[in-house]
Design a binder for this molecule. Structure first.
Ligand SMILES: Cc1ncc(COP(=O)(O)O)c(C=O)c1O
Length: 372
């Protein structure tokens, strides 16, 4: 059994994709070719954003707005410690300091009620809090209504980390449309993934769109060899854009299938474990189906039993970022973010993709239930 099945999906799009790939081999515009422009228009329309700037990964999609907005030494960016390292890593790459705020245990997303405390903590350290990076973890959008209110109170701008949530929505708006800018990832395992690395930034701000396009290509100015600012090599290649264009054709069907898988898991496991709940008004993209065991020991027993049956499972995230060695210099300690720490001890994820069969779901659930 696959944790994420990309083979069945590939078989659905293979012939039209191969045709597109042949066209690229023939036209020879391998980087930022016509497929990239076509993709940007399609993605912007999908999210409801005015502008989409594609780029070479989700990490670069987070870094580019920070560079474009001049985030640097002396600045603080508030984010969650319960996420993939890239979310906070980019803050350090820009020369600023990540300051963490704990999460809401019912959604795994940053708790808007913890932002003011993080702003004060940043100021006590002599930093200037400038922005918040909420993460739409496991595919579920963060609570943007509350986050926008608290951001406005403190004069902060929001960069949505939608790396896991492309296709989800919150109160009728699609992920990728929140904050001043939003970043997503097209890493192959994401709900919408390419066949390599890729990402995109979304914004409604025309000036920011212009700056992002410059940062993406080494801070280019009037032409490629006039450089107005420090940027990166963040270009997307045409082959990845072609893969994404083909996958977009079946993406909504896949999202509906993911929802069915999540419903099937939850109806079988709700009485036995803490299953993921989607708040009213939100729709998850179900990048992961993550539940909570009662303890670390119970989680190990469940994952061990699944492994015996050759069923893959995973832990996102075993070590919250404030306890990662890479962030030792930030000076955090065990106990600083108790909710994130408890989730790290209890959370685990089951196989999740649009092609999981009813039989596979029943088998997974019976193995899990057999441990409890
Ligand atoms: C929450 C989050 N942010 C950022 C990233 C970085 O994306 P990429 O791997 O495309 O650089 C990821 C990818 O795993 C992620 O899950």
């Amino acid at each position: 059994m696959q944790f994420i099945d990309l083979i069945t999906q590939k078989n659905r799009i293979r012939s039209s994709l191969m045709q597109r790939l042949e066209e690229i081999v023939d036209h020879g515009k391998f980087i930022m070719g016509p497929e990239v422009g076509e993709l940007e228009l399609r993605l912007a329309a999908y999210t409801g954003s005015r502008f989409c700037v594609s780029c070479s990964s989700g990490t670069d999609a987070l870094l580019m707005p920070l560079l474009a907005k001049g985030i640097g030494p002396g600045d603080a960016v508030i984010t969650t410690p319960f996420t993939f390292i890239a979310t906070a890593e980019v803050v350090c790459l820009a020369g600023a300091v990540p300051v963490f705020a704990d999460i809401d245990p019912s959604t795994f997303n940053i708790d808007p009620g913890c932002i003011s405390g993080a702003v004060s903590a940043a100021r006590e350290r002599g930093l200037n809090p400038k922005a918040i990076i909420p993460v739409d973890l496991f595919g579920l959008p963060a609570d943007y209504e509350r986050l926008e209110a608290v951001a406005a109170d403190h004069g902060l701008w929001i960069l949505e980390d939608a790396a896991q949530s492309f296709g989800s929505s919150y109160r009728g708006r699609r992920a990728g449309s929140f904050g001043l800018a939003a970043a997503t990832s097209f890493f192959p395992a994401k709900p919408l993934g390419c066949y390599g690395d890729g990402g995109a930034v979304f914004t409604d701000d025309e000036e920011l769109d212009r700056l992002l396009r410059s940062v993406r290509v080494h801070g280019s100015g009037a032409d490629k060899y006039s450089n107005d600012r420090i940027g990166i090599n963040g270009r997307l290649d045409s082959i990845q854009a072609a893969v994404l264009l083909e996958k977009l054709m079946i993406f909504d069907e896949e999202l509906a299938a993911r929802q069915q898988v999540a419903d099937a898991y939850s109806s079988r496991l709700r009485e036995k474990l803490v299953v993921p709940e989607v708040p009213d008004g939100s729709v998850s993209a179900w990048a992961q189906y993550s539940l909570l065991a009662r303890s670390d020991e119970e989680r190990s027993a469940i994952m061990g039993a699944l492994q015996k049956e050759e069923i893959p499972s995973a832990i996102y995230y075993k070590i919250p970022l404030h306890l990662q060695k890479a962030f030792d210099s930030l000076g955090y300690r065990q106990g600083d973010f108790p909710v994130s720490e408890e989730m790290s001890r209890r959370v685990f994820s089951l196989p999740m993709h649009p092609y999981l069969s009813e039989g596979e779901i029943a088998k997974i659930c019976s193995v899990v239930a057999g441990c409890l």
